[in-house]
Design a binder for this molecule. Sequence first.
Ligand code: PMP
Length: 287
Amino acid sequence: MTRTVYVNGEYLPETEAKISIFDRGFLMADGVYEVTSVLDGKLIDFDGHAVRLARSLDELDMQAPCSKEELLEIHRELVARNEIVEGLVYLQVTRGSDGDRDFVFPDPETTKPTIVLFTQNKPGLADNPAAKKGAKIISIEDIRWGRRDIKTVQLLYPSMGKMMAKKAGADDAWLIEDGYVTEGTSNNAYYVKDGTIVTRPLSNDILHGITRKAVLRMAAEAQMVVEERLFTIDEAKEADEAFTTSASAFVMPVIEIDGVALGDGTPGPIAKRLREIYLEESLKAAI
Ligand code: PMP
């Protein structure tokens, strides 16, 4: 089946979708994105993603390409047309193209943003074998720019981080700045010691994860203790367990950091419980 994608108001077969070579997303990574999970054919936390998209656009002085209601309609239409039961909807908005290359932003009156959405079919997303195994993590230096709270498409360093992890025989990398863990290459990072969940507080240094917000709320509702504070990789290595959160991998247990096994080297009880609660609650609230 040829995938149907959405480009600037049109639903098209992926082979017919076109973007200008002058698009600022392509030339300058002048764009933002969101990834929303689909479970049971429904969108997980659509509202959270729509709110964060609006904030990213606002922070970059970029126009919204359409209303939140239209965005929801496009997401649903793509899920239906591509028959997605479990998978992802990728959304990208860029500052568009004024037909040339210039560092100066084009006039928003004449240059409209580019909007692209496509689906990714991922059967087994919820019942992911990788989550049963747990992830091995390496730590690397965080050399990204200073506005990681804006979800831009500048993903070269995160991508290089995943490659460094792969080369080291691990699954992913956590990033370290000034001696403290910021977050994972594409997820937020947590460790658990003596029943307390520790994670870095929100700031411009990390992405404000939609899954992070939901998981911290669910942890509090389940009477779990959460401390939002800076932590080092050495603290995390001495933890009983660790995990990451993201919209596409939900709660992912971490079993090893820089070659050091955590606890008994298998997914920990708090990570496993939070994954269960998150999947159950998110499915109930899916739209
Ligand atoms: N941090 C980074 C750097 C990310 O790329 C992501 C995933 N987009 C996250 C955290 C997790 O955010 P969310 O739960 O909204 O997917």
